[in-house]
Design a binder for this molecule. Structure first.
Ligand code: MEV
Length: 334
């Protein structure tokens, strides 16, 4: 049996970091995907081919008992670790292990904050299970994918694995293992520009830095986290009403609060401010910060100008449409 699975990357529109403290966040799938192909092997061997993970510039570090491979886009070995872990977790869940050839391809760079690892996790979970003749519900895929992310990263919210599974626009809130998801029905296409600047810090480091600040000054940083939650509630209404200028204003507010938490960088701020002054209705960093991606919401007639300016300031800039399909499964029975 040959199985082809793909899952989308994502952008966090509102609420990153605050989501870790039980506040809601709004995420949307993007039109860039990860593809995993799986074919069962009768000899019980597991092989993994990782193609197109786009990882220029490699730094290998050997520490006692640990090898890390870092690239210009972040850590690459974890991308492969997600595949390994997915096989391990799904085998345990199904109570059965089979050999498989797995091939992974990505339309997105690893480590840019676009949810590539979550897409790899959910696509591999699905491809591996189906190649062994099993089926999984979306709920199971999202749950197992989240387990893979937690096992590899140590800390992860269910945000990225949920959107990679379900696609569309999702408002999500979680506490412990309890995940609340609501689907936002947005029929219009949201014109978004996505710009990447070099990542200076890893997601885990940014999450831990915020945690330290929140626990040291709960009356200050804790308040910012709550305010971000309030922005998310307003943004949900603006999104449903498709009120672009209000959405832009709320993106600017969310960015200011993230900057106050300390997760923006000079280059991210440059991109965000340049987007606004060249015509965007709003712009903010998206994801963990510390470098990585920013998004800009632009009226269609200003899109070209904003894009030109952002291309100049960022390492890469692309247009993306939001809200595409979640996991897609294609089975070829031999
Ligand atoms: C990272 O994309 C978003 C954070 O909120 C962490 C998480 O939700 O896992 C910073």
């Amino acid at each position: 049996m040959k199985v082809y699975v793909s899952a989308p990357g994502k952008v966090t529109l509102f609420g990153e970091h605050a989501v870790v403290y039980g506040q809601p966040a709004i995420v949307a799938s993007i039109d860039k995907r990860v593809h995993v192909y799986a074919e069962a092997r009768s000899d019980g061997v597991i092989t993994i081919e990782a193609r197109d993970l786009r990882a220029p510039g490699v730094i290998v570090t050997y520490r006692e008992g640990e090898v890390t491979v870092e690239t210009d886009y972040g850590l690459v070995l974890p991308a492969i670790a997600y595949l390994n872990k997915a096989v391990e977790i799904v085998s345990k869940y199904l109570g059965s292990k089979h050999g498989v050839k797995l091939v992974v391809k990505s339309e997105m760079p690893v480590g840019a904050g676009l949810g590539t690892s979550a897409a790899v996790a959910v696509a591999t979970v699905t491809a591996y299970a189906y190649s062994g003749g099993y089926e999984l519900t979306r709920e199971e895929i999202a749950k197992l994918g989240w387990e893979v992310e937690k096992a590899v990263q140590g800390v992860a919210s269910p945000m990225d694995t949920s959107i990679a599974t379900y696609g569309g626009f999702l408002k999500i809130r979680f506490s412990g293992d309890n995940v609340e998801r609501s689907y936002l029905k947005i029929d219009n296409n949201l014109p978004i520009l996505l710009s990447y600047v070099e990542r200076e810090f890893r997601t885990r480091d940014m999450v831990l830095m915020v945690r330290e600040r929140v626990s040291k000054y709960p009356h200050l940083y804790g308040r910012i986290v709550e305010l971000i939650g309030n922005v998310v509630h307003e943004a949900e209404k603006a999104l449903i009403e498709f009120d672009l200028s209000r959405l832009g204003e709320l993106m600017n507010l969310n960015h200011g609060l993230l900057d106050a938490l300390g997760v923006s960088t000079r280059r991210l701020n440059e991109v965000v401010y340049a987007a606004r002054s060249s015509g965007a209705l709003g712009a903010k960093l998206t994801g963990a910060g510390g470098g990585g991606c920013a998004i800009a919401l632009s009226p269609p007639e200003k899109l070209d100008t904003v894009e030109t300016v952002l291309r100049f300031l960022s390492d890469f800039t692309m247009r993306t449409s939001l809200g595409g399909e979640g996991i897609k499964i294609h089975i070829e029975k031999s």
